[in-house]
Design a protein around this ligand. Structure first.
Ligand SMILES: Nc1nc2c(ncn2[C@@H]2O[C@H](COP(=O)(O)OP(=O)(O)OP(=O)(O)O)[C@@H](O)[C@H]2O)c(=O)[nH]1
Ligand SMILES: [Mg+2]
Length: 435
């Protein structure tokens, strides 16, 4: 049986209310000892809490008997007045009563271990707490509601169907084995391979919503990248001077555009330089431009096509800067917007263009099958194993069985159905205390 833990569920510091959460078999015993015995389940009761003769607080106390609680164990909440001294006194009393401060994520870990949620849902709890944009919150809520898990359950169902067919053939072999399997399990696996490929092709969407869509400013030196960066992030974050080669480091800023999280990066102007510091800056600028989902090719009047052209991909946006000085004719072969950070011209249009691009790339009718790297790696593993299994089907069905079992294992690791011990630590270590 597990021990009984407690943690502050609200942010530390001064506040109107601080909530201490308790979970474990000794919860009721602790409530009795503090002066809140025999509470009705799930009803708030006002009680004077005290311990060892000292009053702690007038608090609202809630009792959630297991198994219908967040963790599945007996749980309680003490809604205290939110001062440090009160919270400290209550925590000291709980420790004196034999309770232990919870580890980060321990409440949700217990919920997972007691079957109250699967691993993908546990991750969604952390995502929802960290959500800063509407899109992140809505994705986390969908995942918490089981939408990501349903996708994997569907994949697994197809896989187990094929596996059952393969095993039936192995158990009851006859001379027509390979032909039979190719007809029965083959189409099921072909369909699954198509589904897994589609899920992987769409894999960036969920991860980008969660972690931020990467936009990089690239261009010649003095093109006006840092000026534009400052205008978009609405503060003087980057140094701007008339000296070519001012920016060297990559400068990142997190912002929200159209309800989506974006990481915008300012970079060194792309040119060959004998200066080792600048050359390193240019190398980093190139690496960033390669990884990003979108490059804004920043170009001042009179700038040559130069190296920036090598990095701009189809679908990228050409931003023609310094429109107050001169107005270059926009090219016909790609989207372009003229801006001036001096007059503010074009900045709203640029913002709208980016918002439309984010909506195009990040919204989708289907719930994504991947919202973090862990899911993508497991999907890739499952796909490789299913492809191997499909190939083996025509040659040696007993080997196909092994491949399909490996694929099932990879898929079930996403929701934590089996073989999860080694990934538990990784998932729960990123949680905050009290969740
Ligand atoms: N008139 C005018 N000048 C601008 C505009 N944008 C930038 N400048 C000027 O152009 C010069 C270079 O601007 P930066 O923003 O530092 O250019 P950069 O592309 O970051 O340059 P590097 O960091 O050297 O690669 C500065 O003197 C800016 O004041 C604009 O819209 N209008
Ligand atoms: Mg700059």
């Amino acid at each position: 049986m597990s021990d009984t833990v407690f943690a502050l569920a609200t942010p530390p510091g001064r506040g109107a209310i601080a909530i201490l959460r308790l979970s474990g078999p000794r919860t009721d015993e602790a409530l009795d000892a503090l002066g809140a015995p025999s509470l009705k389940p799930r009803l708030a009761s006002l009680r004077t809490l005290s311990h060892a003769g000292g009053r702690i607080d007038e608090a609202l106390v809630l009792r959630f008997p297991g198994p219908n609680s967040y963790t599945g164990e007996d749980c309680a909440e003490l809604h205290l007045h939110g001062g440090r001294a009160v919270v400290e006194a209550a925590s000291r009393a709980l420790v004196a009563l034999g309770l232990r401060p919870a580890d980060p994520g321990e409440f949700t870990r217990r919920a997972f271990e007691n079957g109250r949620m699967d691993l993908a849902q546990a991750e969604a709890v952390a995502d929802l707490i960290d959500a800063e944009t509407a899109a992140q919150a809505s994705q986390a809520l969908g995942q918490l509601g089981g939408r990501l898990s349903e996708t994997y359950t569907g994949f697994r169902r197809d896989l187990l169907k094929a596996l059952a067919l393969v095993e039936a053939e192995i158990d009851f072999p006859d001379e027509e084995v390979p032909d039979n399997l190719a007809c029965t399990a083959g189409p099921v696996l072909d369909g699954l391979i198509a589904d897994l490929n589609a899920a992987l092709a769409d894999a960036g969407r969920g991860e980008r919503v969660r972690e931020g869509y990467r936009i990089v400013l690239i261009g010649e030196t003095n093109a006006g990248k840092s000026s534009l960066f400052n205008a978009l992030v609405a503060r003087e974050a980057a140094i701007v001077t008339p000296i070519a080669g001012t920016t060297r480091d990559v400068l990142d800023a997190d912002l929200v555009i159209g309800g989506y999280a974006v990481t915008l990066s300012d970079t060194a102007g792309l040119r060959d330089s004998a200066d080792v510091v600048e050359a390193e800056g240019v190398r980093r600028a190139r690496a960033r431009a390669e990884q990003a989902e979108l490059r804004l090719w920043v170009r001042a009047p009179g700038d040559p096509d130069g190296v920036a052209a090598d990095y701009a991909r189809s679908g990228d946006l050409l931003v023609l800067t310094k429109a107050d000085i001169d107005r270059a004719a926009p090219p016909l072969d790609r989207d372009a917007i003229a801006v001036s950070t001096e007059t503010g011209e074009g900045l709203a249009a640029l913002h709208d263009w980016i918002a439309a691009r984010l909506a195009r790339d990040l919204s989708g009718a289907d719930f994504p099958a991947v919202t973090r790297e862990r899911h993508r790696l497991r999907l890739e593993e499952a796909l490789a194993a299913v492809v191997a299994g499909r190939r083996a089907l025509d040659l040696a069905p007993e080997m196909a069985g092994d491949d399909l079992r490996r694929a099932a294992e990879a898929l079930s690791r996403v929701t934590g159905a089996i073989g999860v011990e080694d990934i538990l630590g990784e998932v729960f270590s990123t949680f905050c205390i009290g969740k």
